[in-house]
Design a protein around this ligand. Structure first.
Ligand code: GLC
Length: 416
């Protein structure tokens, strides 16, 4: 048993970026902010005295924690990560450390608490995002050089007066926390990163820490935003992704990843050994864009039927070839390889897997449970293993046709 077990099994989580930046929604007095609506204060150098006025209007009347928690479950997600404090420094919970928090808004209710309780009740793992270095409200926090003179900053004052006490509150007042999700450590001194990790571990020894705490003090690797590694990896990792162009709500963006995009990203990430943390940015009323939740609904329906090809699977580390037709996931327990056929072959209707050494027992089309023909061979001269699977003429599922290949033993792949 390792404390990483739940995370390795989870595969898919919901990220929520919600803060007072939802009110401007990526525009300040009609001028669009260049990127990421949660960065508007810094992007547009909005004085703190002006930005903080947003708190006086923050009243997300439609925010319902159960909406997010129950839907996350329905969409197939196993954990939820919420922005307790983003770079703007505003706390979305009842903190005694700073008045700059959600209790001092017309809404006046602790959002972290509501989500933590709903997660505990519904059996979803609750995780907390906390921006440990950037804090644009605190005179000594990193990032705000338009209100506060960088020469006069004493980062340690911010660190000990706000960051550490807030992290302690979050790990003391909200029950079991699955993970602390830190972000943008920049050039934070290594000893402070270590100290922060020690504080987390002292409060909740089983709480995971992502690698953005800095200097390798995390428990697993957070890859760069919206990326997928090229190679299948042996370590534990997560890829955070947006559904549209921003983390926080952005009014002018009416786009969304489609359900096919979501599934392709999920399959690719899981097939390379990682987790997908997929983001929604609720609007000022506390509701996520419908175009995004529609896509998650469809992806969730697909996962209800084909969940076995994702959950309970791992990757085959260092599988040597790219597959022109799609991706592979693998369940060691079921001794089954799953072919995710995204680019359905027009002619001939078959896919080839090169490099699999293990003997195949049977091949099933998950769409209807029918058995498919296959042929497996080994050519000693070239030292090549080949497996052909013959598919129906008509593509059963354009989003992802899944073929379950049951093996006689543990899957092993040739090294090349
Ligand atoms: C970036 C951004 C931030 C966002 C995060 C999510 O580091 O600074 O706005 O919260 O990525 O991965």
């Amino acid at each position: 048993m390792s404390k990483l077990d739940w995370f390795k099994e989870a595969k898919y989580g919901l990220f929520i970026h919600f803060g007072i930046y939802a009110l401007p929604g990526g525009e300040w007095h009609g001028v669009p902010s260049p990127h990421g609506s949660e960065w508007i204060m810094k992007n547009m150098k909005i004085p703190y005295s002006e930005y903080k006025e947003l708190a006086k209007k923050f009243d997300p009347k439609s925010f319902d924690p159960y909406y997010y928690v129950r839907n996350a479950k329905k969409w197939g997600m196993k954990y939820l990560t919420f922005t307790a404090k983003h770079h703007d420094g505003f706390a979305m919970y009842d903190t005694k450390v700073s008045d700059y928090n959600v209790m001092n808004t017309p809404y006046g209710k602790d959002i972290v608490k509501q989500l933590a309780d709903a997660c505990a009740e519904e059996g979803l793992t609750f995780c907390i995002y906390y921006s440990q270095m950037q804090d644009w409200e605190h005179p000594d926090g990193e990032g705000n050089n338009w209100d506060f003179d960088p020469e006069k900053k004493d980062f340690k004052r911010y660190f000990y007066d706000k960051c550490i006490p807030q992290v302690k509150e979050l790990l003391t007042n909200y029950g079991k926390v699955g993970m602390m999700w830190f972000d943008t450590p920049y050039d934070m001194p290594e000893e402070l990163c270590r100290e922060l990790a020690e504080v987390v571990r002292a409060c909740q020894p089983d709480c995971l820490i992502n690698s953005r705490i800095g200097y390798g003090y995390g428990d697993f690797r957070e890859v760069a935003d919206n990326t997928i590694p090229v190679l299948s990896r042996r370590d534990v990792w997560e890829s955070p992704m947006t559904m549209n162009s921003s983390w926080g709500y952005i009014k002018r963006d009416k786009t969304s990843k489609s359900s096919a995009d979501v599934l392709q990203n999920l399959v690719r990430i899981v097939g390379k050994g990682g987790n997908l943390l997929l983001n929604l940015g609720p609007d000022e009323n506390g509701l996520p864009p419908k175009v995004c939740t529609d896509a998650l609904d469809s992806a969730g329906k697909w996962l209800e039927k084909y969940g076995d090809s994702i959950f309970g699977t791992t990757n085959i580390p260092n599988f040597p070839y790219l597959l022109p037709w799609g991706d592979l996931t693998y369940s060691a327990i079921r001794k089954t390889l799953y072919f995710h056929v995204k680019n359905y072959p027009a002619f001939p209707h078959r896919v080839l897997l090169t490099g699999l050494q293990t003997k195949v027992r049977s091949v099933t089309l998950m769409y209807d449970g029918s058995k498919l023909k296959y042929s497996q061979s080994y050519e000693p001269g070239r030292d090549e293993h080949r497996l052909y699977v013959f598919l129906p003429e008509v593509c059963p599922d354009p989003d992802d046709t899944v073929v379950a290949v049951e093996l006689e033993g543990e899957a092993t792949a040739q090294t090349i």
